[in-house]
Design a protein around this ligand. Structure first.
Ligand SMILES: C[S@@+](CC[C@H](N)C(=O)[O-])C[C@H]1O[C@@H](n2cnc3c(N)ncnc32)[C@H](O)[C@@H]1O
Length: 323
């Protein structure tokens, strides 16, 4: 018997170390220093994110999972039979498994992930579990347009799956651009299922990103260790501490790395200095109202056809139809 996982073919568009170095230098050269959010996710970062999803303070994953468990039959009916499912930022594919089990005869699954090893492991596991499904992984930065691989069996419809409120990691202008790109990928008549975190009590929000076990801190600081290991930077990782803060004017949780003392880093011959208390902005997590997200979806060329939430209205899953 052949092993279905061994036949998986990867479309490899992984950004190179030179691409990443250029992005890191660009971010550190800004008046407000930043690091590219996608750089959070190497193998260690993806494992740490997976650990975050189990933390008591981190409500998004378990809330989204509970919404899905409750409404999977309606979601599957909305998507319809023989769909090609394209997932941006697939991670472990925990929610994807639920969706794929509920869908009627999906023809293919295209996980798109920047974290290469994680993608290959999770795609192989999925292929083992869903032997009839064609799994076509793409290692790429999904913020850049890419070619979606075609399954051998034609799909009746393309469905873009984007859970985890990863859409919140982008400023609304960029999130609109991303929605337009998704619209192009699914085409007119295609659809999208998007998990969106909602505005709520500031204490709940800040606790979710400043967990008491310090896992989110390790996840954030891993970026600096990664820059040292992969890009030849020399960050003094101990000189920084993690803090996530709610920025009301932006409707976003910002993850930051604060310098504990004056420090400096050299990367590709460029030196960047930090004063005590200065910070690097590493991630945004925008929170939406249902109306606010509907506006964004509309600007991206989609109509909101259905929305599911939990009782406390902490999280939402939106079913969008491409106009
Ligand atoms: C917030 S996690 C969500 C993971 C999973 N979808 C979930 O719902 O739990 C974001 C995922 O997107 C991936 N990712 C983030 N930015 C990306 C980018 N620009 N291109 C491709 N993958 C990206 C990360 O590696 C990570 O697996």
């Amino acid at each position: 018997m052949t092993d279905p996982a061994s036949s998986i073919e990867l479309t490899d568009l992984e950004p190179t170390a030179a691409d990443m170095t250029a992005l890191v230098i660009e971010g550190l050269s800004k008046p407000q220093k930043t690091l590219p959010t996608a750089f959070l996710y190497d193998e260690a970062g993806s494992e740490l994110f997976d650990a975050i999803t189990d933390l008591p303070e981190y409500y998004p994953t378990r809330t989204e999972l509970s919404i899905m468990r409750e409404s999977l039959p309606q979601m599957a009916q909305a998507v319809g039979p023989e769909a090609l499912v394209i997932e941006y930022g697939s991670g472990t594919g925990l929610k994807t498994r639920q969706l794929l089990r509920a869908l009627q005869s999906p023809v293919g699954y295209v996980p798109v992930e920047i974290s290469r090893e994680f993608l290959m492991t999770s795609a192989a596991k999925l292929q083992d579990e869903f032997a009839q499904l064609e799994v076509l992984p793409v290692c790429a930065d999904f913020t850049e347009p890419f070619e979606v691989p075609e399954p051998s069996k034609p799909a009746r419809r393309r469905a873009l799956y984007f859970p985890g409120s990863t859409i919140g990691n982008f400023r609304p202008e960029f999130a609109t651009r991303l929605l337009r790109q998704m619209h192009e990928e699914v085409g007119k008549g295609g659809c999208a299922l998007i998990g969106v975190d909602l505005v709520k009590d500031v204490q709940v929000l800040e606790a979710a990103y400043n967990d008491s076990a310090g896992v989110t801190a390790r996840f954030n600081l891993n970026m600096l260790s990664r820059a040292n290991a992969e890009l030849g930077a020399d960050f003094d990782v101990e000189a920084f501490r993690h803090r996530a803060v709610w920025v009301e004017s932006r409707g976003s949780i910002e993850m930051r790395l604060y310098a504990r003392r004056p420090t400096a880093v050299t990367l590709a011959g460029k030196r960047f200095t930090f004063e005590t208390g200065e910070y690097i902005h590493t991630e945004d997590s925008h929170k939406y109202s249902l109306e606010g997200f509907a506006e964004l979806a509309n600007a991206g060329g989609f109509d909101v056809a259905q929305v599911w939430t939990d009782e406390a209205k902490y999280f939402s899953v939106h079913y969008l139809q491409a106009r």
